[in-house]
Design a protein around this ligand. Sequence first.
Ligand code: UGB
Length: 597
Amino acid sequence: QKNLSVLSIEQVELAKMLLEMGQTHLFQHWSEPDDDDEKRAFFDQTAKLNSSYPGGLSAYINTARELLADSKTGKNPYDGFSPSVPSGEVLTYGDDTFVQFEEAGIKEARKAAFVLVAGGLGERLGYNGIKVALPRETTTGTCFLQHYIESILALQEASCSLAGGDCQAEIPLAIMTSDDTHLRTLELLEKNSFFGMKPTQVKLLKQEKVACLDDNEAHLALDPLNKYKIQTKPHGHGDVHSLLYSSGLLKVWHDAGLRWVLFFQDTNGLLFKAIPAALGVSATKQYHVNSLAVPRKAKEAIGGITKLTHKDGRTMVINVEYNQLDPLLRASGYPDGDVNSETGYSPFPGNINQLIFEIGPYLEELTKTGGAIKEFVNPKYKDATKTAFKSSTRLECMMQDYPKTLPPSARVGFTVMDAWLAYAPVKNNPEDAAKVPKGNPYHSATSGEMAIYRSHSLILRKAGVKVDDPVIQVFNGQEVEVWSRVVWKPKWALTFSEVKSKVSGNCSISQRSTMAIKGSNIALEDLSLDGALIVEAVDGAEVKVGGSVQNKGWSIENVDYKDTSIPEEIRIRGFRFNKVEQLERTYTEPGKYSLTP
Ligand code: UGB
């Protein structure tokens, strides 16, 4: 009572709620003559935990009790549902349908907003910095965030010029950060002038952590180092929905006439190759929800898109997370669980967590739910009695679970594209990547970068360029295909039609070559490249590149991830370039140029 007398009315209410919710233990030591500041800090923290969770802490504790009870009895979250393989839109890169979807997507892009979820620290990768600051590839050294922003700006420009060039669209970008990533993300943006985006175009939304739970009764855990602080842990990427709603940003976008919101993750360097066509599918099929997927290898750490049919007839098409797919299949008459079919892939398409929602229905749904989505709990029990935890746990949620609460009338679809085109995440550290079963993707910094080169090489091949076959090399214990190191800025080409329009005659690129195109009006005509070629041009400079370019080029050196004399972002790849010789040209003034050696 003595302590409560110094509290505000709101704080007293909060304390009462906690006591009613069986959290008396939080106050047991409060009669000790500790500093009042610590007690005030406790209430500041509790008020924040209360306000940042839809329904407040009491809702959190109630849900936790239910989910912990289900977990204790071993209740299967998919009880009553049986899985089957859903049918979706399967695209083939470069065919007529694909090209039409890309065109439709570019047209729609000026009505889109992008949301990058970047609150995770990437424990599996073990990198010390924020993941969006990692180079997407080391030929140009462009980091993920720069590449994402440049892609959005290129989409904006392409979409506006398709609309006749008179549109003022500024595609907004929201970035969900957390205490682990917020300051460093802001610093990266500010240091680099937002990579060319207007600062007002970018909004950072910081997710808060949630309270930890000590036991099956959902007693909130106190921080082991501070008895006036509740221990907290990340709640997962699903927070993005409640943040977009509670910040009012979604409504602002809706009121501004935007139609689509596109969610994406921190380290997929290929993603924007898939965006135009996927957005085209959403617009053409009028999907409320469209998930992007790629063929999935059994046991690959990406969720499987699954059709779930309930005994009562309900059906939904939803991601089943990678750790749940195998037990679900085994429990539903597939005794082998998560295995490849005769195609060499899992029959369930792999979720790459690139989601496209139509804003109208999305905002309508969030107005009902406040952005709360289905959560789960994953306690590590001390023993089989499941009465005590090894360490505190918390509720978690995933952004792709959003459709779980939608009515059957919602149009929920998915779009499958080739993994070489759409998916190259950087998630695993070198040691773990090297242990990935042969034939499954490594999802490492090594494979992530090599996938960029493969994708660009394959796209050029489809556009008629003769690109040599790759060679196989081993870096950090991972066997990868090494294609010609071809990269281009998003403004050079976003779609297949754009690539084709910039390549003509007989072009060829040898395997040992490097080519970086940094400018929008650079055309390749009868180019034969055997070495390294770097061309940069300002907007307004039109450059024709052709003839035989031959030089010593850039060689690839192995580096060991354990060699701490090498910067972390390089050594986690297992290789670096030795820039022996290159033809490099930079055009800084508008005009017409021809580059022939
Ligand atoms: N993230 C946050 O912003 N906040 C958080 O609290 C946690 C994460 P992971 P995960 O496509 O490769 C997902 O850890 O969760 C951000 C899908 O669930 O990289 O293991 C974080 O910064 C899975 O179905 O991935 O697996 C990052 O940008 C599959 O699709 C993003 O959330 C898989 O991704 C993902 O976090 C995949």
